[in-house]
Design a binder for this molecule. Structure first.
Ligand SMILES: C[S@@+](CC[C@H](N)C(=O)[O-])C[C@H]1O[C@@H](n2cnc3c(N)ncnc32)[C@H](O)[C@@H]1O
Length: 254
């Protein structure tokens, strides 16, 4: 395992902020890769007709102190005014990307994708309520797309500085036909990263299982950091960095 790349956690104690899987969500565990499962799930969340965020594990505020520095760390170097390009795979109705869009002091262009049109429709309604972003050039776009086939969704090689996955790889890994789909998800996330970019996976899976899986899926270097504990469960962030291109100078120096 390589050295940790993320800044040390300096946010609030995560205990009260982390959200364990509810018993009704446990029922999802065996059907997470089935078409329609997530549409039914988000339809149930939206029965009152007023959309609200559903956050797997924890919400944006719980990890904003980790995400905002990571966002800055992998974006274009200062004083480049170009936006940092971010992709969230399997966004559901989480407030993660909306929080980053709202709070980033630097321009961000965020694309959120989810296979569930119901989730994307709800998130679109929630986006209408978000105050203007802190940086006037920031943008956020929502797409119904299969994150295991981002190419089919029109996302080209090397398009993003940062890819975020909170619970999506976990959900694919937890069902019978999942592991092959999870490998495709990781491969696609790495393909769309630009050199020097990072994929962050937020997960409750133990490093003993997740690190070998990620390495077998082709991840060039995996680091792991604990995000917090709740109810005896530990939550982690796995960081996969796409190596920066070597310049002729650095090659010569090495
Ligand atoms: C465990 S939930 C996590 C949702 C969200 N990231 C959060 O933190 O609340 C998994 C999400 O992945 C989405 N998903 C599952 N398979 C997908 C796929 N192949 N492509 C895109 N999204 C997918 C589901 O619709 C669901 O919203």
């Amino acid at each position: 395992m390589a050295l940790l790349m993320l800044p040390a956690w300096r946010g609030p104690a995560l205990g009260p902020l982390l959200r364990p899987l509810c018993s009704w969500a446990d029922g999802l565990l065996h059907s997470m890769a089935q078409p329609g499962t997530w549409d039914r799930f988000y339809t149930q969340q939206d029965t009152a007709g007023t959309p609200s965020h559903f956050n797997w594990f924890f919400d944006y505020m719980a990890i904003s102190g980790l995400l905002l520095p990571a966002l800055r760390g992998c974006g274009p170097p200062e004083p480049n005014p170009n936006p940092t390009r971010v992709l969230e795979v399997g966004c559901g109705t989480s407030d993660l990307s909306l929080g980053l869009y709202r709070d980033s002091p630097h321009p961000v262009h965020i694309s959120c994708v989810d296979v569930s049109p119901v989730a994307i429709k709800s998130l679109h309604r929630l986006l209408q309520e978000v105050p203007p972003p802190r940086h006037p050039l920031s943008q956020l776009h929502l797409h119904v797309a299969d994150a295991t086939d981002l190419e089919g969704g029109g996302f080209g090689d090397g398009s993003f500085h940062l890819v975020l996955d909170k619970g999506t790889c976990d959900s694919l890994l937890r069902c019978a036909q999942g592991p092959s789909q999870a490998r495709r998800l990781v491969a696609e996330c790495l393909r769309v990263l630009c050199p020097g970019g990072s994929l962050l996976q937020f997960s409750d899976e133990d490093p003993d299982a997740r690190v070998p899986f990620l390495e077998q899926a082709g991840a060039p270097g995996v680091t792991v950091q604990e995000v917090g504990h709740l109810g005896g469960m530990c939550y982690y962030v796995y960081t996969l960095c796409r190596p920066a291109l070597e310049t002729p100078t650095t090659v010569a120096l090495n």
